[in-house]
Design a protein around this ligand. Sequence first.
Ligand SMILES: [Mg+2]
Length: 310
Amino acid sequence: MAACTELTDDRAQEFFDSFDTVLFDCDGVIWTAKSAIPGAQETLKKLRDLGKHVIFITNNSTKSRIQYAKRFTDFGLGKVSVNDIFCTAYAAAHYLKETLKFEGKVYLIGESGLEEELKLHNISYTGPGPDPVVGTQQDWLQIPLDPEVKAVVVSHDIHISFVKIFKAASYLSNPSFPFIATEMDGRNHYPGTNIVKPGTGCIINAVKTAALRDPILVGKPNKYLFECIQQRHKGVVADRTLIVGDSLGTDILLGRNCGMKTLFVLSGISTLEEVRHNQASNSVEDQKRVPDFYLPSIKELGDLISKIKL
Ligand SMILES: [Mg+2]
């Protein structure tokens, strides 16, 4: 049975000696929607001073690597190279270009981050922006499909509409057209309110239902983002890598799937109660969602570095 204990002073030296690379999830770990999580800047600096290679790996598909790099500086977290940022907008474009050697145009349900990454990978696309229903059902049957489109990418899109699902599913009726999607996050719930923001998974499921096809998912817990990291940084190996995340079903599961060390922080989406539930479960899948260690937040990780021998 998997164990998960709080990372304490007496385990710190052994823990920090056990990895060379740290993969940080971003939302709920490094920052919230509005600002950096307290202690993030100090902890990142201490890890780099220890000689650790710090890399960021996020399922959030709304931004490109360049947009994320700007966010690090905007939030006072210093300069981060785009070479150390791995997001699902990048992964989707990279998968098309490098794995599928894709030639042609993409029908994109997505936002500016994906547009930017497709452009950087020299892939043409159509689709972003509002696409409302016009006319009657007879008119919809005349909706022109672009003959140059040869693939469909589905991601977060605040302009998702009936017409977009209609078009995506129609393109996907050609079984040779790849169907790429970013991540299946279901929702964000705002604690203390009854507000629920639908996640990308809701959009992907709508297209999937109409198309009668399953997408290739490039986000966590799929290993593809980690494979992108290993392609870019040749020295990164799973058993000398730590992943720090707030989601048991994406960050921790990816870490366990790849054989990394896993650290769960309580500053985001999953809870310690869920860890305890998974620990007590007989299901192999639940057991894979049990991290090695937990801490309240990234701040306490930095505090522990101050207590080890350098
Ligand atoms: Mg997160």
